[in-house]
Design a protein around this ligand. Structure first.
Ligand code: ADP
Ligand code: MG
Length: 254
């Protein structure tokens, strides 16, 4: 069966005036429909770079990325992004208009259809009462919920999330993680989620890809995450195992 997303031997480099930075080296993985695929690794290992390449914003210097068999060459409505930063919403538009904006522009929907769709997704993230508010009046957690509603309303093939909860306080972060899982239970959308937190990776993912630091290479894949339970201690064991895998010396010099 063809995977939904096929990342094959992808090397990503940045050219700066003085040096060529290799952010990731020959990274390969596949994401299947309804996966909660987590990319986990320490800061600077190329997670955001990889996610941007899947988004079509960066081009591999080696290897290729395919979505439903089509080669990714540019950004598209089939891959929506949610970022860590709270400023990803348009400040001069209300919550409703922010969520409607890509529906009108990228999906070319009529206004009333876009409005209904946007309102439905705003309800899913529990923000119906804030529909006519402007972003500056919302908390960080509310802004991230709007960004998630905007991404999901487009019903993309894959939702790309780059540490969306990392800048939230611990309690809000936990609530947002729970809500994301709740939304996933409802619609089983495919998500690729980037984090540097092992605990978050275990909570969110059904599959976790571990990247080694600089340049990012695939270190291991943890497949059976679903059965790690926080109550019987198995999640704690998995957390320790992942920690060891991530920080084991592998001869590449870290
Ligand atoms: P992560 O998201 O895992 O923290 P990034 O993908 O942001 O890592 O960065 C991977 C590597 O690429 C880092 O060494 C970073 O310094 C470098 N890098 C990221 N963006 C740029 C850029 N625009 N120009 C040059 N180097 C960059
Ligand atoms: Mg990053």
């Amino acid at each position: 069966m063809q995977p939904l997303l096929d990342v094959s031997g992808v090397t990503l480099r940045y050219k700066t005036p003085s040096v060529l930075v290799t952010a990731t080296e020959r990274v390969s993985f596949e994401v299947n429909t309804s996966d909660r695929f987590v990319l986990l690794g320490p800061s600077g290992c190329g997670k955001s770079t990889l996610l941007k390449a899947v988004g079509g914003y960066l081009h591999p210097s080696e290897g290729e990325i395919r979505i439903k068999g089509r080669k990714v060459t540019e950004p598209g409505a089939d891959r929506m992004m949610v970022f860590q930063e709270f400023d990803q919403l348009l400040p001069w538009k209300t919550v409703l208009d922010n969520v409607m904006f890509p529906l009108l522009n990228a999906r070319k929907m009529g206004r009333s259809e876009a409005r209904d769709r946007a309102a439905a997704y705003i309800e899913k993230v529990g923000l119906t009462r804030a529909m006519n508010s402007y972003p500056h009046t919302l908390s960080g957690g509310m802004k991230q919920r709007v960004a998630i509603a905007r991404g999901m309303a487009m019903e993309p093939d894959i939702l790309l999330m780059d540490e969306p909860f990392a800048a939230l306080d611990a309690l809000t972060r936990r609530t947002c993680q729970d809500e994301l899982l709740q939304l996933w239970e409802e619609t089983r959308f495919t998500v690729m989620f980037v984090t540097h937190s092992i605990a978050e990776a275990i909570k969110i993912g059904n599959r976790i890809l571990l990247l080694s630091p600089h340049p990012g290479r695939v270190k291991a894949e943890v497949v059976d995450v679903e059965h790690a339970s926080p109550t019987d201690g198995s999640a704690g064991r998995l957390e320790r195992e992942i920690h060891e895998l991530l920080f084991a010396q592998d001869g590449h010099g870290e």
